[in-house]
Design a protein around this ligand. Sequence first.
Ligand SMILES: *[C@@H]1O[C@H](CO)[C@@H](O)[C@H](O)[C@H]1NC(C)=O
Ligand SMILES: *[C@@H]1O[C@H](CO)[C@@H](O)[C@H](O)[C@H]1NC(C)=O
Length: 798
Amino acid sequence: MNRQVLLYIWLFSVGSVFGQVSYSIPEEMSRGSLVGNIAHDLGLEIKRLISGKAKIYTRNGDQYIELNRERGVLLVKERIDREALCTETALCALHIQIILENPMEFYTVTVQITDINDNAPTFEKSEMKFKISESASTGAKFDLERAVDLDVGINDLQKYELRPSDNFVLKLHSNTNGRKSVEMVLQKPLDREKQEQVSLILTAVDGGEPQMSGTMQILITVLDANDNAPVFTQQTYKATVTENSPKGTVIATVTASDADQGSNNKITYSITNTLDNVRKLFHINEEKGEVSLTESIDFEMSRNFQINLRATDDGGLTDSCKLIVDVLDVNDNKPEINIMSKSTVISEDAKVSTVVTMINTEDLDSGDNGNVKCFISENVPFILKSSTSNFYSLVTDSDLDRERASEYNITVTCSDEGVPSLSSSVILTLQISDVNDNAPVFERTSYEAYIVENNTPGLSIFTVKATDTDWNQNARVSYILEDSSINGVPVSSYVSVSADSGIISAMCTFDYEQIKDFQFHVKAQDGGSPPLSSNVTVKIMILDQNDNPPQVLYPVQTGGSLVAEMVPRSADVGYLVTKVVAVDVDSGQNAWLSYKLQKATNRAMFEVGLQNGEIRTIRQVTDKDAVKQRLTVIVEDNGQPSRSATVIVNVAVADSFPEVLTEFTDYTHDKEYNDNLTFYLVLALAVVSFLFITCLVVIISVKIYRWRQSRILYHSNLPVIPYYPPRYSDTLGTGTLPHVYNYEVCRTTDSRKSDCKFGRAFSPNVLIMDPSSTGTMQRIQSEKSILDEPDSPLEVRS
Ligand SMILES: *[C@@H]1O[C@H](CO)[C@@H](O)[C@H](O)[C@H]1NC(C)=O
Ligand SMILES: *[C@@H]1O[C@H](CO)[C@@H](O)[C@H](O)[C@H]1NC(C)=O
């Protein structure tokens, strides 16, 4: 309807123009749509159109419009696109001629094509990409592509819109050609760290009805700028490391982050300590931030470290943090034992609780690893006392005895309480010094020894021995003969003891018949101060030797007198004539006597009892038998060798005493002989006495002369001053002489007699001083009075 109205308005305006008609149609009408009733508008009849073969002529041959002759109308033959036909021009028209033949006529028809909004604004590209640094400042401009709308007029592009509009605004510029260029302006800075990709939609809108629009995406990549410093995840890190960890052990990892990108994000870690030795001990991996050890750490040197760390990005921005490293102790130090004071020798009489050694311990470790306990080897008489921690004193715990143990090796072991525990030990060697606390002890509680009589003086009898468990001088034993007397004679006259060797020697020749045994004490004394001693009883028993012949007690043998046993002639066989009685002072076998008839006037007449010495007749006495019978009886002992004595027994075989007397007169010759003998003896005695007195006078004269010469030198009245060679020393002052020197003084003159003489010792080592020797002589006499027996007149040596 609108078109029709328009047509009419136009018809009335151009109807007066001959041969020319205008129509106006919108573009994009469908085929066959009516453009205009040309027959009516030109005033032509349908017949004329048909006869005139009316046809449309266009200069360029366009066939948009066709002529329907039968109806006399113009129809749309092809879709008409105004934008294709006229591009941008606002007025667009098709100029066609309708040509008729017979007669030839032509009419100009102008078909005005009006625009409809059939084109949206379009962008050449659907998107635009920008790369904008986040550091771009506000006001920066970015050209955008324009949109194009083929429509014209109101249907053409009217405006742009940009969404979202946080960072950018649009700005339009009119160009000389009338077109408008569009740009976006940064009004708020970008932040890559917030939004790395910004996507905007630019919309171009036309003014048609309905409105049409076109869009384009604007993609903005925000480029990084180093606007962020690295940041550590913690301001302070903590780590622990056990000491002695191997090199390279990673103890902590620190991390810093940088919000930037790329090289601005590349963080380098470093250690910044300057003053301490941290840089020597620790290493940080530049890229990974791993802190590791370059050397093993000793807890005893430092217990913690503060490592200052820095993170730097490529742009030079930094952050710093601290790493506190605590070192954990490992029990790697043995306890140390220091001897503060020490005695190497202690006396065995030291009191209990005497301090021997003081010890101090030290352990560099801490905690339980540094708690030290000490103890000592067992079975020693010492204990370890702890006064204050780490100080110990080794004290005696019980009495010491050098004789039991003269040396102790005391092992002191100290260990800490770490796991595993470490320990060290030290050996203290302690010597126990001797105290004279042990007396010498004899090997036996008493000694008995035997010596055969008639020994040589100086003979060693046996040895006593005592031992002393002390040491050195305290154990040096000397033997001393204890003073005592035996039957009034000092024991030192009998025996002597060698001080050094304990050898007991006889000082004289013993006679069993005088003394059978005796005992004395020997003292053993050590060299300590004060000395200790003990004594032992020694019993010496003298063994008998057959040194005495039998002695005949009956019949008594007198010098001149005659004794005879009477045997009556009537005596029976077995008549006991007499009995020979003999004794032997020896003992045992040596005193076991037997009797034998050695010689007889009439052997067949008498016999002697072998055991009892009884003389009996063995046959009847006859008249032929002489009155005077003389028997010789031999008495023998049983010793080895045996000794014997003989006795003459006179027997008178007679019935009356006168008979006997006559028979024995021939004995008067014997009496005369005896008288003569007495005379000679007296004469000899007188001569000897005279000679003796003469000699005595001479000797005394000589001695007095010498004594006067020597009295200036000697005033002492001691009988004997012994002179000892220089090597002699009487160390103990006891008077006991060493063995070598002490027996020369004992001599004997007669083995049969007894025997201890205390005379002059004719040793070159002895000086005789007193010419009278009175003291010595007296002693000899007293010895003789004790020991000598009166000689028997009947004694006969075998
Ligand atoms: C103590 O030790 C020393 C040296 O090792 C050794 O000669 C000695 O016999 C030891 N003493 C004791 C009583 O064990
Ligand atoms: C011998 O020693 C004992 C003690 O052992 C003492 O009683 C005695 O008197 C001592 N004898 C002599 C003669 O020293």
